[in-house]
Design a protein around this ligand. Sequence first.
Ligand SMILES: [Fe+2]
Length: 239
Amino acid sequence: MKLLTNIYQVGGPSLTHFFDAAVYLMKGKEGWFLIDCGTPEGYEQIKENVKKTGVDPAEIRFILGTHGHYDHVGAAHLWKQEFGCLLYLHELDREQVENGDSVKTSAALLYGTKSEPCKVDGTIAEGDTWEGDGFTVEAMYTPGHTMGSVSFDVTAGEYRLLIAGDAIWGGYSEKIGSNEEAWFETLDKITARHYDFYTFGHVNPQLIADADARLKEAKMAFANYYNPWFKTFYETYRY
Ligand SMILES: [Fe+2]
């Protein structure tokens, strides 16, 4: 579950409940934090996985949410109740989480359950940075899957890692807040940058290399949302 020094994946489809998006545990200069925190269904197992890394879950101070969907931040109210963690999200996904809007958070549409209303303690905007122990994390505004989606650029020594949330390979539905024009721009923005590795919201614990080529393929495959029978013929995808 260790991805890099002081960066772990502690939740995700193969690690905890199959509802859970990838959950990352990071050692900040001022304490431990999570990127996304999974669902109530996976909460106990995620805490167990945190303990397996040698970290007491009570040391986790805050959660950076990639966006306001149930599988990513559905358990935030439990982390707040038990450990007093603060939740940070982009402003445009705040309301649906604070109101427990089960349609917009995708809880009803994809998981057949309800979202608990959860207070958002602060917002995340483009360029916000967090100092880790041996790395830095910078927020990048990447709307499209939802209008409040952010990704995280992690610089660790000479390596650049993209934590994409659902900005890459996430589902498209206007019911859960998706916007095609914004997503096209986001894919241009991501592919204009260089990454050594990337990881995204629904993946097992791994860093995927050959990042620049694979992210360009993700951008090409976006056309399939408009014609599900369409395949970019003669292309072989590496995902
Ligand atoms: Fe999502």
